[in-house]
Design a binder for this molecule. Structure first.
Ligand code: SF4
Ligand code: SF4
Length: 373
């Protein structure tokens, strides 16, 4: 019986090599503890004497992949211990998103994000260009004073985008609830929730633990990644706010689009669009330069596809704003909507998920800290 159990354990370890490697790495770190002040991962690690799969899933999502502990580590390659915390936890992170994904069979999409993003973009662009031709008879038309709804009816857009975005949000929320149960998150109370929100909104753990920032391609600390993340996140939120305000104007005030350049939805959307150019372009640039041991080479398409889709969304959105009074508005609108649809289709099974899982891990950390060891 004992032999059978050990065979089963060995088989399990072979099927979860990244989790097993993460446990080995955490055991070494727990003995060393040199990096305790860098981020929330190391204090959370010291609250444990051994590591279950759930612990590893939680710690992997708590890691912000700043790279600091790799450059500080005396046991990193070429040392025989070969400790690479950022890379090991990055690999486990992808496994957790797959494991807790809803619907479960869609979890495999995380591994093919480059292909699915390209496919979604091709199909969505084709769909909206064909729809524009079918509804207007062509992509060239007399100026329509920025009235999008003369190309695509409002209700059609509301159903298409509301449905796809709603499903994406639902899939992410269900996935994170499954993760929360899997890692025994605990009961959130307001002080813990406020602390987690503060860390998420300020990206505390991208400051390297000393305020000087992350490592990118080498030992130097910079705040570039934190700043580009902020441009991306707040740019996205401003664009989202622009959509919410425009929806309020439409349904509550009876004022359908187009809105003047100095109206609230256009100002919010323009500022958000600028943020979504600076942030994703910067993150893409940093991604191309990062030290290979910081992350998982196989996840590069996942990271880059998301940055590219965000970048294309903002560029096409601002191009549409610039050309909305001209005869090419239909073509510009179709291209922008195609890109946004591709972004929405890939949201729940792409890099966007990391924000949801990391917030859950930060919340668990804030709860745990209040509980003590
Ligand atoms: S990453 Fe290296 S230096 Fe840091 S705690 Fe782990 S073993 Fe120690
Ligand atoms: S990479 Fe950064 S955030 Fe992740 S464990 Fe190391 S120090 Fe912490």
């Amino acid at each position: 019986m004992q032999q059978l159990n050990s065979l089963i354990n060995e088989a399990r370890q072979l099927t979860r090599p990244h989790e097993e490697e993460a446990k080995r790495v955490m055991q070494v770190c727990n003995a060393c503890r040199y990096c305790e002040g860098f981020c929330a991962v190391f204090p959370a690690m010291t609250r444990r004497l051994s590591f279950s799969d759930a612990d590893i899933h939680y710690l992997a999502n708590l890691c912000h992949n700043c790279g600091a502990c790799l450059h500080a580590c005396q046991y990193a390659p070429p040392h025989e211990f070969a400790i690479t915390v950022p890379q090991t936890l990055a690999k486990v992170r992808l496994e957790t998103w797959q494991r807790y994904a809803w619907p479960a069979r869609f979890g495999a999409l995380y591994r093919h994000a480059g292909v699915t993003s390209a496919l979604a973009l091709t199909l969505s662009l084709s769909l909206f260009l064909l729809l524009a031709v079918a509804l207007r008879g062509g992509l060239w038309h007399p100026p329509l004073a920025g009235d999008f709804y003369q190309i695509f009816p409002h209700n059609l857009l509301a159903i298409l985008f509301g449905g796809v975005f709603g499903f994406g949000l639902l899939a992410l929320i269900v996935g994170v609830i499954r993760f929360w149960r899997g890692v025994s998150g605990g009961t959130p109370r307001p002080p813990a929730a406020l602390e987690a929100a503060r860390h998420a909104l300020t990206l505390t753990y991208l400051d390297g633990g000393h305020g000087e920032g992350c490592n990118d391609e080498d030992d130097r600390y910079t705040l570039r990644r934190r700043r580009f993340h902020h441009f991306t996140f707040y740019g996205f939120m401003l664009c989202f706010a622009a959509t919410v305000v425009a929806t309020g104007y439409h349904y509550l005030l009876g004022q359908p689009a187009p809105y003047p350049l100095l109206s609230l939805p256009v100002i919010l959307g323009t500022l958000g669009g600028i943020g979504l150019i600076i942030g994703p372009a910067g993150l893409l640039w940093l991604n191309l330069r990062r030290a290979p041991l910081h992350g998982d080479e196989q996840q590069k398409p996942l990271d880059r596809a998301f940055c590219l889709l965000l970048l294309l969304t903002s560029i096409t959105g601002l191009a549409l704003l610039a050309g909305r009074d001209g005869p090419l508005m239909g073509a510009l609108l179709a291209v922008h909507l195609g890109v946004v649809m591709a972004l929405f289709l890939t949201l729940p099974y792409g890099k966007f998920a990391h924000g949801f899982y990391r917030c859950a891990a930060l919340l668990k950390d804030a709860i745990e800290k209040r509980r003590g060891k």
